[in-house]
Design a protein around this ligand. Structure first.
Ligand SMILES: [Zn+2]
Ligand SMILES: [Zn+2]
Length: 492
């Protein structure tokens, strides 16, 4: 069953007539009905739930529209309509019969739909920045759970990832960010526990940095959603996921397909797909890697890095050389890493004499080894830099062979420039690109890879109160894999 909310939103502002087969429906009884949209001149099938109780209470309908006594949907009148699919215009459909005859001149707003059996809390725990400043200042606090407005839902967060970007979002204040009591977090999975839309109560959704984009500007049309001037971001315009209950617009929620939820995959793994995994996927796609190509992942120990290696290797059939700080590589060497990296190398120490030439010699040997010394001796087909350390962005042209692709993902703090010899870029046909993050589609694709066992994120679960400490570890490059906060592990 497909729910076309976009059509429903259009309908809510259109003048439409409703075919109500039965004149009187019991409160809450759902039936199918036809809706004729005069704007699109199409007939649609909708599930129609009259919300008129014996007490003549009317619940507010999910799309902020209402039913007037003459059967027209207008903004402000109440009904619950869920559009399932569009059907071709039915020439035999008698438009005059499409008339809703309920007489509901007196309307009262009923209690908002809530998760049955779950007492709705007034207060919750959250990690917040009381006053945005130059340094991280994250504290555990008790705040009120905000009631949802029209078009919003309260999500009980089950898991939230911790991303290094959250450190950037928590200092400043940056333009558009709240100055006080800011809540970061942009990789959440949770359940709707309260909403004006009764149809989404209990459903599982994802919350991502890019909540919503307009879908019609020149950037959206080119799939550059993060450049959309009308975008809504979590945790900028919308409160973040470092809290037990986030009140967010329903238009910013990513529905997780039933097929993904049917199995026994821990939702913590899917959390890793929302930001880190989707970013990893678009980064690998940007390399245009083919079967057997050698792809270097710099920052392979990190959340994005290890997923980048896993996708390059397991999905695209590339051979992967993973590079990271020597201290991290030493730990990874002793662990199971074959699914995301064929060869692990410690990064050269900057300002260490022959460090680069020694490193480069090993790198070239590794490329040859992965190609079984077949063909020309050459560097990798692509390098993806997922590190947040600026030293990782040096001499990138030397990592790749002619025609190679350099994909920059991480953004080190400060105003940094990457320098590449112009003759290398031109004469050797190098391609340089940047990539901020993947979209909803990539996030769901990565969840499928996880559900089917193609890739396995390395997830460390922590509790809500651990976020300030974990964020410091991230800033100081001390973490490996993906850190995911398990809300139920928090101590109340
Ligand atoms: Zn992120
Ligand atoms: Zn746009």
């Amino acid at each position: 069953m497909t729910v076309d909310y976009a059509s429903a939103e259009v309908l809510s502002f259109a003048s439409i007539s409703i075919s109500q087969k039965r004149r009187q429906q019991p409160f809450g009884h759902t039936s199918q009905t036809h809706i004729y949209n005069k704007f699109s001149r199409r007939t649609m099938i909708a599930t129609w739930t009259p919300r008129v109780s014996l007490e003549r209470n009317i619940a507010v309908h999910p799309f902020n529209s209402t039913v007037s006594p003459n059967g027209e949907l207008k903004k402000g009148v109440a009904a619950a309509v869920q559009i399932h699919n569009t059907v071709e215009p039915d020439i035999n459909l008698d438009k005059k019969s499409l008339h809703y005859e309920a007489n509901s001149s007196e309307s009262m707003v009923a209690k908002l739909p809530e998760m049955p059996g779950l007492p709705f809390p007034s207060m919750q725990r959250a990690i917040l920045t009381p006053e945005m400043g130059e340094n991280l200042n994250l504290v555990l606090g008790n705040i009120a759970v905000r009631e949802p407005d029209y078009g919003e839902a309260v999500i009980q967060i089950i898991y939230t990832g911790i991303c290094r970007s959250d450190a950037s979002f928590s200092v400043g204040p940056g333009s558009g960010y709240p100055k006080q009591n800011h809540i970061a977090g942009h990789e959440g999975i949770g359940r709707v526990v309260k909403s004006h839309d009764p149809f989404i109560i209990g459903r599982i959704f994802g919350i991502r940095y890019l909540g919503k984009s307009c879908g019609s500007c020149t950037y959206c049309i080119r799939s550059l959603f993060t450049s959309c001037p009308s975008q809504l971001n979590v945790p900028k315009h919308i409160t973040g996921t470092f809290q037990e209950y986030a009140t967010v617009p329903t238009s910013c929620l990513v529905p997780l397909p039933d097929a993904l939820l049917r199995g026994d995959v821990d939702l913590a793994f899917y959390t890793a797909a929302l930001c880190s995994g989707s970013t990893a996927l678009v980064s690998v796609r940007a390399t245009k890697a083919s079967l057997g190509d050698v792809v270097i992942v710099v920052g392979v120990a990190g959340a994005i890095g290890h997923l980048t290696g896993a996708i390059a290797k397991q999905v695209f059939g590339a051979r992967v050389i993973g590079i990271d700080l020597k201290s991290k590589i030493d730990i990874l060497q002793s662990q199971d890493h074959g699914d995301y990296s064929d060869i692990l190398l410690g990064a050269p120490e900057p300002d260490m004499g022959d460090a680069w030439s020694n490193f480069y010699s090993i790198l070239m040997q590794s490329c040859g080894k992965l190609r079984r010394n077949h063909g020309l001796r050459r560097a990798a087909e692509a390098v993806i830099v997922a590190s947040s350390s600026f030293s990782a962005f040096q001499r990138l042209d030397e990592y790749v062979c002619d025609g190679g692709r350099i994909v920059c993902v991480g953004v080190p703090k400060g105003n940094n420039n990457i320098c590449l010899p112009l003759h290398s870029v031109v004469e050797r046909n190098l391609h340089v690109s940047g990539n901020l993050m993947g979209g909803h589609r990539e996030a769901l694709e990565v969840m499928e890879y996880i559900a089917t066992g193609q890739i396995k994120p390395r997830v460390t679960k922590v509790a809500l109160e651990d976020i300030p400490e974990q964020m410091q570890h991230l800033v100081h490059c001390k973490t490996a894999g993906k850190i995911v906060v398990c809300m139920s592990a928090s101590q109340h």
